[in-house]
Write a protein that binds this ligand. Structure first.
Ligand SMILES: [Zn+2]
Length: 148
């Protein structure tokens, strides 16, 4: 049986919502997405939240150039040495300053210290729900869909 997992992370990768907000959002998502399982995770260090087999490519946010996976692996290893505290990179194509978190992952992926993991939600996030979640967590959010 295949599983679809929706991971919701803050756009600001170092942001962690308060304990009260975390409890509230768990209940809110369970009800509004008809999800059997909603898990809240807080990591000690910044982690890369990947899209599993939904990985297709990485694109430069400035010029739309396809970024080579070798270049990305190299930058990921370097950033991992400081536990992803510093994600700054200069894009290889157009030499603009960006971060590993701001590259355009297709499908979406990102970095986070806080994550909500929703297993097989029966409903998807719409604009209204995203707005409400952002208000409840006090941050902008990003969706990462993982397929196992
Ligand atoms: Zn570029």
């Amino acid at each position: 049986m295949s599983n679809n997992i929706l991971k919701v992370i803050p756009k600001d990768y170092k942001f962690i919502p308060t304990l009260d907000d975390r409890h509230e959002i768990e209940e809110f998502l369970r009800i509004n997405l008809l999800a059997h399982e909603v898990k809240i995770k807080v990591f000690k260090n910044v982690e890369f939240v990947d899209q599993g087999s939904n990985f297709e490519s990485i694109v430069c946010p400035y010029c739309g150039f396809d970024i080579s996976i070798d270049w990305w692996h190299e930058k990921m290893s370097a950033a991992y040495e400081n536990l992803f505290e510093d994600l700054n990179v200069i894009t290889p194509c157009c030499k603009n300053s960006s971060t590993l978190n701001d590259l355009k992952y297709i499908l979406s992926a990102g970095f986070a210290k806080f994550m909500i993991e929703i297993s097989n939600p029966k409903l998807k996030l719409n604009e209204e729900l995203i707005d409400t979640i952002e208000q409840k967590l006090c941050c902008k959010i990003k969706e990462v869909w993982v397929h196992y």
